[in-house]
Design a protein around this ligand. Structure first.
Ligand code: MRU
Length: 350
């Protein structure tokens, strides 16, 4: 693993239970929390113990394993009816990342084919498959995305955290960055701090330091200035949901980075597995955007920084229109300058 600069795993199935690295307290403390109750898993997703679209999907799948165990023990054959309540609770945990619904629907399809007996082994095999497939997709996207970065050395800019912490492992945008660094195509990473939750400062910087990839942190507002100076050749980000026309929802500030990139002639790459693509939505305008507590904007680390009396606005995601995107990298291939037709053709690939 170390040759790929890849040593971190945030979601684990160990000792017959789910373990989540608590991302709320990184980078200062590294604590795995243990889960045996599906309701607690839903709460962990809502509270951002675990976050990042693919990681949320993998976690929810393991949540269904715990639900199947608990319901079968307490209700026997009635587990098949009762588990619907647990799945609905998991689905209500966060609204934007479609990987959550994709993973739950996959578990539901499996359940539809199961009998009334103990479901745990079958549910666990499916959750493990979702997890393993996500890591495999990330390795593949790492190769495909890194191949788009021409030359040797130089830097890229990323936004939010899209690494091992945000996925089953390795990462989407950060997976491409890991692969590109290992191949010598880049020598440095600039990371937006990603206000207000500071995924860049707390998580991306930590991940890259752990895996010995040089990283420089900047305030989100400094990104345009960095691009103007010709310091980065690509902006590389992940996604929470991609619509059928190639519009991309991602962490708030991504749209701003894309506008700035186009203005400065910097290429813009989105890296996401096909489990992030929602072909049922014609455009990004239809993607539900999570609004989080204004306190995340008004305070830092629990300490109020804004003037008393000021209100806060805290959309957690924005939508970057397809026209600003040079390449969407999935495990099924790369879509350049996305259009509905190109997205549909890519989704038909196997
Ligand atoms: O609110 P978060 O931290 O869950 O948001 C995460 C992001 O926006 C990531 O960029 C996205 O999920 C892609 S992660 C591989």
């Amino acid at each position: 693993m170390s040759t790929r600069h890849d040593t971190i795993r945030a979601v684990l199935w160990q000792d017959d239970r789910l373990q989540l690295l608590d991302q709320r307290i990184l980078p200062h403390r590294h604590v795995y929390l243990s889960y045996e109750e599906p309701a607690a898993v839903a709460q962990a997703i809502r509270d951002m113990v675990v976050r990042g679209a693919p990681a949320i999907g993998v976690t929810a799948a393991y949540g269904v394993v715990l639900a199947g165990r608990q319901r079968y023990r307490s209700a026997g054959a009635a587990w098949r009816d009762q588990i619907k309540e647990d799945i609905a609770r998991l689905a209500a945990s966060r609204p934007t990342a479609v990987n959550l619904f994709w993973a739950l629907e996959r578990m539901e399809r499996l359940i539809a084919g199961l009998g009334a007996g103990d479901p745990e082994a079958a549910l666990l095999a499916e959750a493990r498959a979702i997890h393993d497939e996500d890591i495999a997709a990330n390795y593949r996207m790492g190769e495909l995305g890194a191949a788009l970065i021409e030359g040797e050395g130089g830097a890229v800019l990323t936004h939010c955290n899209t690494g091992s912490l945000a996925t089953g492992g390795y990462g989407t945008a950060l997976g491409v960055i890991r692969s590109a660094y290992a191949a010598g195509r880049i020598s440095h990473v600039y990371a937006d701090e990603t206000r207000p939750w500071l995924q860049g400062a707390r998580l991306t910087a930590w991940e890259l330091v752990q895996d010995q990839i040089p990283v420089t942190l900047l305030a989100d507002g400094a990104a345009a200035h960095l691009m103007k100076q010709g310091q980065v050749k690509w902006v590389i980000v992940g996604s929470d949901r991609i619509a059928a026309n190639g519009d991309v929802a991602n962490k708030i500030g991504t749209y701003s980075a894309a506008v700035n990139a186009r203005y400065h002639g910097v290429k813009f790459m989105v890296v996401a597995p096909t489990s992030t693509v929602d072909m049922s939505l014609a455009s990004g305008e239809l993607i539900p955007i999570e609004n989080r507590s204004p306190d995340e904007v008004l305070a830092l680390g629990g300490q109020r920084v804004a003037a008393e009396g000021a209100a806060g606005w805290n959309p957690a995601f924005d939508v970057t229109p397809a026209v600003l995107i040079d390449a969407i990298v999935t495990e099924r291939g790369v879509v350049f300058n996305p259009t509905p037709e190109k997205m549909a053709a890519m989704m038909k690939n196997t």
